[in-house]
Design a protein around this ligand. Structure first.
Ligand code: UD1
Ligand code: CA
Length: 449
């Protein structure tokens, strides 16, 4: 049976106190909306429709950026969740199958949970609602059940004292046949405390028609919604906690897991060791057996097996490290490929560069890659030895097996196997220091007498 998704993302999220639409606030460097879509991608939906409203252009751009095939429709006036789902009707013209409604501000619903809802549909339920036992039911809609049947959903604002006592709550996720869902929504009115078209009226209407309605449950943490900045921080913490466990379960060692922060797409191989206080920005892959030492910051880079990075290293976008590379303390690498076994161990900046296999980059080496307008490349050959405190003024090439003298400013290409000395020649003046000191001390003695 084909599946379609409708993701509601039109709300303003006024409690975020933000100019950014709520669903574009980020957890682990990805918008909440993208997290919400991720869980459902496991179902390979035939169509996905996002209902945007507040900040619609930005929401549409983020959706397109994630997946060109997503359809974004607009709900100009937010008249309720039922009204929002109806906005997706035209985009689902010609689709027949199950529709799952998700909320863009509820990022952690797992594919397995949605799968269980589809399973309940196959078992004969006409409408399936995802519920959870709420620690504090607060403003959530309450699920009024009879045995394993869902009788109706009551919004907190419309509930009696007795109904408010129910702890089984509505997550907002709902699944039904597309035709049935839209037919029932045509009959939903707005005669309620909020004056809105409630999606949550569907189970009650379905029951009145003699249809079957069921609840599938999941742990509360999975349905965690984001309404405030505090919720956002809690969602971030939940994501990090889950990811640390996942990374360890797949064979990485985290010395102090609580101090390591991952991005939504960080990929960590087996037998990787990550020391305390390491931060991963988006787009990082670390291959098996690599070690990321304490206080390192990685973003948009690829670290091959057996590399040792840090402590205090910074790998920026486009850093491509081949196997066994070492990048030590206070070293920044950006848009550079570093071939097998090369070492950049101390206090260096290597940007827009190629470093050959086995090259040794001395302490304090700087690639001067930027002339204020253009970026230029530095190429360092295999086995080259760059002396400490060399300034490589790009564009420049240092040949294979070549050397540069410490403190050189290298502005011309260096042939293979050559030594480049680009610094003032040293002059020694015999006895000069001793004579100078004697003169200065004598001057001080005259002054103090
Ligand atoms: C909704 C449910 C409630 C459930 C809770 C779970 C209804 C009527 N109530 O309440 O039973 O316990 O979620 O979090 O459905 N949205 C639109 N257009 C609209 C209105 C809302 O796109 O016109 C979007 C919002 O952006 C948000 C989602 O729908 O992503 C939920 O809307 P919200 O107003 O937060 O619903 P709740 O009052 O939390
Ligand atoms: Ca909400």
């Amino acid at each position: 049976m084909p599946t379609a998704l409708i993701v509601l993302a039109a709300g303003q999220g006024s409690r975020m106190q933000s100019d950014l639409p709520k669903v574009l606030h980020r957890v682990a460097h990805a918008p909440l909306l993208i997290h919400a879509l991720r869980g459902a991608e496991g179902l390979s939906p035939e169509r996905t429709v996002i209902v945007a409203g507040h900040g619609g252009d930005a929401v549409e751009a983020a959706a397109r950026d994630h997946d060109e095939g997503l359809v974004v429709v607009r709900q100009e006036e937010q008249l309720g969740t039922g009204h929002a789902v109806l906005r997706a009707r035209a985009a689902l013209e010609g689709f027949s199958g199950d529709v799952i409604v998700l909320y863009g501000d509820t990022p952690f619903i797992r594919a397995e949970t949605l799968e269980a809802m589809l399973e309940a549909r196959r078992d004969g339920a006409d409408i399936v609602v995802l519920g959870f036992e709420a620690e504090d039911p607060g403003r959530y809609g309450r699920l009024v059940v009879e045995g394993d049947r869902l009788d109706r959903i009551v919004e907190a604002r419309d509930a009696t004292a007795e109904e408010l006592g129910v702890r089984l709550c509505n997550s907002g996720v709902m699944c039904a046949d597309a035709g049935l869902m839209f037919d029932l929504l045509d009959r939903v009115g707005r005669d309620n405390a909020a004056g809105e078209y409630y999606l949550t009226d569907l189970p009650g209407l379905a029951r009145a028609d003699g249809l079957t309605t069921r609840v599938v449950t999941c742990p509360e943490v999975e349905t965690m919604g984001v309404n405030t900045r505090t919720d956002l921080a809690m969602a971030e913490a939940a994501f990090q906690a889950a990811t640390r466990l996942e990374v360890m379960a797949t064979g990485a060692t985290l010395t102090a897991p609580d101090t390591v922060f991952f991005a939504h797409d960080t990929a960590i191989g087996r037998d990787v060791t990550i020391e305390p206080h390491v931060i991963f920005g988006p787009g990082v892959t670390v291959e098996s057996g690599a070690t990321i030492r304490a206080f390192s910051h990685l973003e948009g880079c690829h670290v091959s097996d057996a590399c040792v990075i840090g402590p205090y290293a910074r790998l920026r976008p486009g850093a491509e490290l081949d196997r066994g590379v070492r990048v030590g303390n206070f070293v920044e690498v950006k848009a550079a490929t570093v071939q097998e076994g090369a070492k950049i161990n101390h206090l260096s900046y290597v940007g827009d560069a190629e470093v050959g296999a086995g090259a040794n980059i001395g302490a304090g080496t700087i690639t001067c890659n930027y002339d204020g307008v253009f970026k230029h490349r530095t190429v360092i050959g295999a086995g080259a030895f760059i002396g400490s405190n060399t300034a490589l003024v790009a564009p420049v090439t240092v040949g294979a097996g070549a050397m540069t003298g410490s403190g050189s400013v290298v502005t011309m290409d260096v042939p293979d196997g050559a030594l480049a000395l680009g610094r003032a020649k040293q002059v020694n003046k015999d006895g000069f220091a001793a004579r100078l000191m004697a003169r200065l001390r004598a001057a001080r003695a005259r002054k103090t007498n």
